[in-house]
Design a protein around this ligand. Structure first.
Ligand code: GLA
Length: 734
């Protein structure tokens, strides 16, 4: 049993041999954090790691005491995890340990996505009850430890057992006290078309905050935070990583205190948040996931990849091979009709792809992005027969048919807006800010969710639709819940997310066989919350191979390959104008859920042949490329080259990619040291493309210790030279 309670010392120890969390009830009744991180012997006491005789902060202000649910106003001046305003207007709480219980399995969170188990034996969950006598607030802290992963999941539920309303001002999902420093913070930041670039810097005294106030997690920051000991690299060093299973406003923050200790917290962003908790009511905060390792960043990524691929993603598509698709967007944008789509699909089938996706522009009168969102009826000018005959024709070619939707939005120029102007989010009496000529629907209103469920379900049942790309192309401005009273407007953003999750839940439940992909102008809502409903996401609107190196490299710190959609597009690239070889575009997009985003009718014969070979290659190695272990070898950030690999779980097959970003004259001899292979095995190292059976035999030990020669001679490939060139190798044991 990986949870041990020591009655004599009032210590609770969660342990699985890979990490430990030791909590202790302090003398004043608060819940202290005695240790988090390295696995410790569960039989021992660790009271000495916490304060002795802790009776509150009297005379010991600024002492770096570890607390599990820190609250403000009683001597701990660091960032709090929980701020609740009582009937007297004060936010001082005295949260006393009242007991705990061990729960079989892992309970789901009310209305929120979370990680799960298929068998109760995969985890142990402990629920700790804390109570404040004066307000009647009860906090139920839930901690789940996975048996075979270096992972702890944490969430908190708040109940008002008092007689008067309370206002929740801050409800962090997790707080973490690290007693000694220094730490470096690694975060994944960017912008539209430049998402999730890693940024790493040493924490200095004071706070460093990441977050979003956009109503979505956003392109700008990933809802995660890594704390690393200086010097930690992919395979050495201690690190913690926190990741939030949520898709709306969030805060991830670290603070270094006066004595050098660090507190991190992650959860709903407190700015603008205020939740009125009536007597008897309960509020549930999202789930945070903590990973720990002393074997470098790679182990933290491995932990997230396994958990998110196997126990966050769900449904029929969780384990299924994802089809190779061709998406119409960059190929024809809004400029299509039935005939043109049929021709595109025919050319797609001829390439060996498996799914043809009709992107934006098929509904209302949508010839540009200035109209029709909300009117989910087929544009008969473009598709006179509707979607059903188109899907049938596509299927007759041996392809599946997929469709783009953007349910949460409404165009001011639409029938829906004319009928329900009040359904668009906005503050009465104030102008609404338009972005991309569209407004956001108020999904905090149940009738809007009901309407969208019916409207989208009608579309999805109108034809044989096997895949859906659910987009969300702008953030929320003038936040205001049309059905919320003035004193509940602080709940709006979270209620929007609850409504959105409810819509996802209903549609994914009604259409369990559809493969859903989430999207928000690319990676603007690429987060663990969405992964609970859609097992894959459009990683970025930037399809340039060189830009994608950094985007996919950064995203891979948290997200598995099976979640990252990656497409080959035409050149010059539509986002940055760069011209890269077709082979390089594929070499980068192979590491993810592969597809194309171009007009296949315009391809030259040689390109068509090359793409056929690429699709055949991907389909042959899809298992490794979607579900293999991803190993980051050389970072593209600010570098002249980049490399990564995917390894099959049995380590008998691996695919390696090396991309030369900038060629240099007189290059020094260079060897790419691989990782994750079996040192005992001999591998055939075959460059791809290359004639069948070509390749040299090398030991896994040699490939990892000495490396793969990057000079053209080893193995002999006539490897391309020049900027933006790429090489792929396939390693096969035996
Ligand atoms: C967003 C998506 C694109 C495309 C367009 C359509 O920008 O990220 O892939 O679907 O919308 O309008």
């Amino acid at each position: 049993m990986p949870v041990t309670w020591h009655e004599a010392t009032r210590e609770l120890h969660l342990h699985n041999g890979q990490l430990s969390l030791v909590l202790g009830v302090l003398e004043n009744g608060w819940l202290g954090q005695l240790h988090v991180g390295a696995p410790l012997d569960p039989a021992s006491s660790y009271r000495h790691l916490g304060p002795s005789d802790f009776l509150g902060f009297s005379n010991r202000v600024d002492e770096p005491i570890g607390l599990v649910v820190p609250t403000p106003g009683s001597g701990d001046f660091r960032i709090p995890a929980l701020v609740v305003e009582g009937p007297d207007g004060s936010t001082v709480l005295d949260l006393i340990y009242e007991g705990h219980r061990i729960i079989a399995g892992k309970p789901a969170l009310d209305g929120l996505p979370s990680t799960y188990v298929e068998d109760a034996a995969e985890v142990t969950t402990v629920e700790i009850e804390l109570g404040d006598r004066i307000t009647g607030l009860r906090a139920f802290l839930t901690l789940t430890i996975y048996e075979d992963r270096p992972i702890l999941a944490r969430s908190i539920r708040l109940t008002n057992a008092g007689e008067r309303p309370l206002i929740i001002r801050t409800a962090m999902s997790a707080a973490l006290d690290l007693p000694d420093g220094p730490w470096e913070l690694l975060a994944f930041s960017g912008a539209w078309a430049r998402e999730r670039h890693p940024h790493r810097a040493r924490l200095l005294p004071g706070r460093r905050s990441l977050g979003s106030l956009r109503g979505a997690t956003g392109h700008q920051q990933d809802p995660s935070l890594f704390l690393l000991r200086p010097g930690t690299d992919e395979v050495h060093g201690e690190g913690f990583a926190l990741s939030l299973v949520y898709s709306g406003n969030f805060l991830a923050e670290a603070e270094v205190g006066p004595r050098g200790s660090t507190r991190a917290r992650i959860g709903l962003h407190p700015d603008g948040f205020a939740w009125r908790l009536e007597p008897g009511a309960t509020f549930t905060a999202p789930e945070a996931v903590l990973a720990w390792s002393d074997a470098g960043i790679e182990a933290l990524s491995d932990a997230f990849h396994g958990l998110y691929r196997e126990r966050l993603a769900r449904g029929a598509w969780r384990n299924r091979p994802r089809p190779v698709l061709l998406n119409s967007w960059e190929g024809v944008y809004f400029d299509f009709d039935h005939e043109r789509l049929v021709e595109m699909a025919r050319a797609t089938a001829d390439l060996g792809a498996e799914l043809f996706v009709l992107d934006d522009g098929w509904f209302g009168e949508r010839d540009s992005d200035d109209s029709s969102l909300g009117d989910w009826v087929v544009d008969r000018r473009k598709l006179p027969g509707g979607l059903a005959p188109l899907a049938a024709e596509v299927e007759a070619m041996g392809l599946q048919f997929g469709l783009w939707i953007e349910p949460e939005m409404v165009s001011p120029r639409s029938r829906l807006f004319a009928e329900h102007p009040d359904w668009a989010i906005g503050v009465p009496g104030r102008p609404r800010t338009e972005m991309r000529q569209q407004l956001v629907l108020d999904l905090s209103r149940p009738e809007v969710v009901d309407h969208l469920e019916a409207a989208i379900a009608d579309v999805l049942s109108s034809a044989s639709i096997r895949y859906v790309k659910w987009d969300m192309n702008r953030n929320i401005t003038e936040p205001y819940g049309g059905s919320l009273p003035p004193d509940r407007q602080g709940e709006f953003f979270h209620r929007y997310m609850l409504g959105t999750y409810e819509l996802w839940r209903r549609l994914t439940t009604r259409f369990p066989e559809i493969l859903f992909e989430s999207c928000a102008g690319g990676g603007g809502r690429f987060d663990p919350g969405m992964l609970a409903y859609a097992p894959q996401a459009w990683t970025s609107d930037d399809t340039d191979a060189i830009e994608r190196l950094s985007i996919q490299w950064g995203a891979s710190h948290v997200y598995p390959l099976s979640s990252m959609a990656a497409h080959v597009s035409a050149v010059p690239n539509h986002q940055v104008g760069r011209v890269t070889p077709l082979a390089t575009r594929a070499a980068v997009a192979f590491f993810g859920v592969f597809g194309y985003e171009l007009d296949p009718r315009t391809l030259a014969d040689a390109e068509r042949a090359e793409i056929r070979a690429q699709i055949a290659f991907y389909r042959e190695h899809r298992d490794v490329l979607q579900r293999g272990r991803f190993v980051r070898l050389r970072s593209p950030l600010g570098a002249d080259d980049a490399a990564w690999m995917a390894v099959a779980p049995d380590r008998r097959t691996a695919i390696i990619a090396h991309v030369r970003i900038l060629e240099r004259p007189v290059p020094p001899p260079d060897r790419l040291r691989l990782r994750g292979l079996d040192p005992e095995l001999i591998y055939r190292v075959a460059p791809w493309p290359g004639p069948d059976g070509e390749g040299v035999r090398r030991g896994g030990d040699l490939l990892m210790a000495v490396g793969l020669g990057l000079e053209p001679a080893d193995p002999p490939t006539g490897a391309p030279r020049g900027d933006f060139t790429a090489r792929i190798w396939v390693l096969t044991a035996g």
